[in-house]
Design a protein around this ligand. Sequence first.
Ligand code: ZN
Length: 390
Amino acid sequence: MVDISRRDVEELGAFRNDEWPIISLYLRVDQEHITDDHYSIRLKNLLRELESAKQRMGLTRAQMQAVDDDVARIREFFRDHGGEFGQGVALFASSRAGLWRVYHVPRDVGNESDLDFRPVIGRLVRVVELFEPLCTCLISRDRARIFAGHLVSFREIAVRLDDEVPGQHGQGGWSQARFARHIEDHVRQHFHRVGQVLFQLFEQEPFRFLVVGGPDEVVRDFVDGLHPYLRERFVGSFNCLMESTTKQVAEETRRIIEAWQRRERERYVDLVLDEALSQDMAVVGLERVVEAVQMRNVNALLVDDTVSAPGRYCLRCGAIQSIGTVGAECQFCGGPLRARENIVPEVYAEAYRQNANLVFLAEPELRGRLQPYGGIGAILRYRLEAPATT
Ligand SMILES: [Zn+2]
């Protein structure tokens, strides 16, 4: 069992099988309560929900049998591995379709079980921001430390940085000015080497955010000399000692990235409201957003975390049906429909599959600004055609 990554979410989002149903199961597991019965009761209930999902889907006998086999396998899995979980588990199973994946997920992912012909990924998409790869570099005039990970897990990585800057002592024979220049050269070389190491790391495993820790003027000179790709990802710096603990560095990094993400959300809300009000490159309201998703025209989707609305989507082609339609079949392919008490997670999961940026608004102030427009909006990839005038 591994920690989930953005790549896993993308693979799951793209996975589909036309014949065999796929079980998606999310289970919150509080490690400290692992011995009490809450968690096994939750599991039992979730597996029971699969039973009714199976009936609703109108499956063939062979498909039903496949689901039963997977449920048995899931029971066995939890029985044998019950002690190995962290905060939560996400499990995707369809043995006939060759799918069996189990991941550690953050606690916030919650509990859900479902059956579909593709993994149900709304809950993962909701937390994927926590898995944006990031890099933090502590820098001084003669040393550096590099950390990598994401907001959930964070560690120092060992890198080789040879050549110390010469000490400020015992350099007889050099004039003061010449000695200062010599140090500056060494510092520059040191910055250059650290920059190269960062760039190599970036090429191996691209990160979304770069944070730098150190004295302000050192950070400024260091960042100025970085490769443009790295500078683009630089989101802020903090003052710290080279001896800081990993925990301190992780906390500062989190603070900087969360502040940056908050500014980004504000920027998106400004943009979607400006563009939607000028009826140009954005739409607001669930109906219009669903239309934009149907047309694969969503560049970024903004949604109030608390918005919920019923809707339906197609089990065959996956298309979310226009809000308010009543037909019994998919309006695009004629396939069977599935009703959802809350269609919003399907909407953002679909936008995610289309590579849209997802922006979840949790702050009351930001939610308040979108609230008059139904709490949901989208920035478009291309301009809608002007309505025909008759
Ligand atoms: Zn369809």
